[in-house]
Design a protein around this ligand. Structure first.
Ligand code: 5GP
Ligand code: ZN
Length: 114
């Protein structure tokens, strides 16, 4: 997808600190971390948001979640706790329109979110 920031990261055109990659997804540190651990996990296939994921691609969603759990374990926050955030469309605050899951951990989270 041309002019998509995260597609450019996938293709190595923009640098990112990669923490995990397989054939379906990549995970990298957020450039503006909101917690000691703040990692973005994205499918390599471009979808603007959750709203654009077709039913037949649903497997990528469970794949991302299970890898997020694995990364949380590897980063040492699985037991202390972590939060996975999926902002979708305008009111959520979504700014990058390539679906991405935030994995946040390493500090106590607040609820409700702002
Ligand atoms: P959103 O608000 O769309 O859910 O989150 C977008 C996230 O992407 C933000 O947390 C922001 O810091 C992160 N981000 C924006 N541009 C870049 C970039 O060029 N590199 C990385 N690693 N993260 C980015
Ligand atoms: Zn993209």
């Amino acid at each position: 997808m041309e002019n998509c920031l995260f597609c450019k990261i996938i293709h190595g055109e923009i640098p990112a600190k990669k923490v995990f990659e397989d054939e379906k997804i990549i995970a990298f540190d957020d450039i503006n971390p909101q917690a000691p651990i703040h990692i973005l996990i994205i499918p390599k296939e471009h979808f603007a948001s959750l709203n654009e994921i077709p039913e037949e691609k649903k497997d990528v969603l469970s794949h991302v979640l299970l890898k997020a759990r694995q990364i949380a374990r590897e980063k040492g926050v699985a037991k202390s706790g972590y939060r996975i955030v999926l902002n979708t469309a305008r009111d959520s605050g979504q700014e990058v329109f390539h679906i991405h899951f935030h994995l946040l951990g390493g500090r106590k989270m607040l609820w409700p979110p702002g």
